[in-house]
Write a protein that binds this ligand. Structure first.
Ligand code: NAD
Ligand code: MG
Length: 396
């Protein structure tokens, strides 16, 4: 790949919080990147606006009616973007020959198949969609190893850890003198709240995160600490760590994005303002560095860094996730599926905030853990856990 050629990028989930931040970074470097494809689920108007600016070769929407609408608007505007729809089109733009880089920023299990397609096609995969890795960890990492794909974590904590580890860190942490990964957590908007107060939390409160602006699903996950639980599982797969090698550290300022502790007593941290354009730019340009539009960190304004242990009694999702990783097999896929159903029900006003962890625990208790042989096992476990969660919601 000559340096003269611009890298072609597909952005899966282009209209979301990560997708638009990615396009913001890309637009700062037109000499390095061009947009091959942009995808969204139902947000046809935001996708139209992005297509008018970035002029991708292909745009993908969830259903054909929205796709027809977008096709008509783009034709009127004289833009030659091809418009497709449905899950097969997502896979096609992820594995297309002309694509170099795939940003995986669809939220939830819907991102699994296109992300795996990008991995199998040997792309540079920028992974924001943590649910995909949580569901299919072993298969996913095996596919990365055999396809020669370059996997770069975009989740800020994992991107930080990646930056704190030696360039070559395969084969387990111990081999590289790493004793522990310190996964920082803001603690969410309800840090220090009593269980009684938590029971009354509304979707609006849960979606107002103090440090990060994010999509609604991950905002709720951050508030329950399920996000940190999913990230713990994500860290185990990405860095070949055991759950007990990952320590969650509540750090309310969100300035240290995570750390690696070494056997000689060194602890290496990555710091920065909480802005996802930093990990996105890192993933796009690695091993080089490019400007990301992020304000320089002013330590005098930060003034102090605080740390505390997470409250697992008030936020049981963290424990549920650690137990799922320890149980192995399909347990993380079941955890993720039950959580997706629970969060959707909470956002729709059909389940209380503390009901999310309760529902996940009940589905977990009812679903047997199976060994993962292939993708079918994972997709089956996901579907069964969703059905079990929906049934339990209805029968409360
Ligand atoms: P978001 O809700 O803002 O955007 C989600 C995107 O996915 C949108 O473009 C939407 O159209 C698309 N989408 C939704 N459902 C889909 C479906 N069924 N099929 C196809 N496309 C679909 O979410 P976000 O905050 O940008 O998060 C995206 C992913 O990145 C999540 O997995 C999240 O956990 C992860 N992540 C986000 C942040 C953040 O700061 N926002 C940080 C770390 C990791
Ligand atoms: Mg994160």
């Amino acid at each position: 790949r000559g340096a003269w050629r611009r890298q072609a990028v597909t952005v899966l989930g282009a209209t979301g919080s990560i997708g638009t931040s990615t396009l913001d970074v890309i637009a700062r470097h037109p000499e390095r990147y061009r947009v091959h494809a942009l995808t969204a689920h139902r947000s046809r108007e935001p996708l139209l606006a992005l297509c008018l600016v970035h002029r991708p070769a292909v745009a993908v929407l969830g259903d054909e009616r929205d796709a027809a609408w977008l096709r008509a608007r783009l034709a009127e505007a004289g833009v030659a973007t091809e418009v497709e729809s449905g899950p097969a089109a997502l896979v096609a733009v992820a594995e297309a020959r002309e694509v170099d880089v795939v940003m995986s920023a669809i939220v939830g299990a819907a991102g699994l198949l296109p992300t795996l397609a990008a991995v199998h096609a040997g792309k540079r995969v920028l992974l924001a969609n943590k649910e995909a890795l949580v569901m299919s960890g072993a298969l996913f990492m095996e596919a990365v190893a055999t396809s020669g794909a370059t996997l770069l974590p975009i989740d800020s904590e994992h991107n930080a850890i990646y930056q704190c580890l030696p360039v070559e860190h395969r084969g387990g942490l111990a081999r590289h003198g790493v004793t522990q990964l310190l996964l920082t957590a803001s603690g969410g908007p309800f840090r220090g709240w009593s269980p009684e107060r938590l029971a009354e939390v509304t979707p609006e409160q849960a979606c107002a995160h103090p440090n990060w602006s994010m999509g609604r699903k991950i905002s709720v996950d951050s508030a329950t600490l399920m996000n940190k639980g999913l990230e713990l599982i994500e860290a185990c797969w990405l860095f070949d760590a055991r759950p007990e090698q990952v320590q969650v550290v509540v750090h309310p300022q969100s300035v240290i994005h995570s750390m690696a502790a070494y056997s000689d007593g060194s602890v290496i941290a990555q710091l920065g303002n909480p802005d996802m354009r930093t990990p996105i730019a890192y993933g796009l340009a690695w091993p080089e560095r490019i400007e990301a539009g992020v304000e320089a960190l002013d330590l005098f304004r930060v003034a102090r860094l605080d740390f505390e242990a997470p409250d697992e009694a008030a936020f049981p999702c963290l424990r549920l996730a650690r137990e799922a990783m320890a149980a192995g097999g399909t347990a993380p896929a079941v955890l993720n599926a039950a959580n997706e159903v629970a969060v959707e029900a909470f956002l729709a006003g059909r389940l209380g905030f503390t009901g999310i962890a309760e529902l996940v625990a009940r589905v977990r208790d009812a679903e047997p853990v199976q060994a993962v042989r292939d993708l079918e096992t994972v997709l089956d476990a996901d579907a069964r856990a969703r059905r079990a969660a929906v049934t339990r919601l209805a029968n409360r």
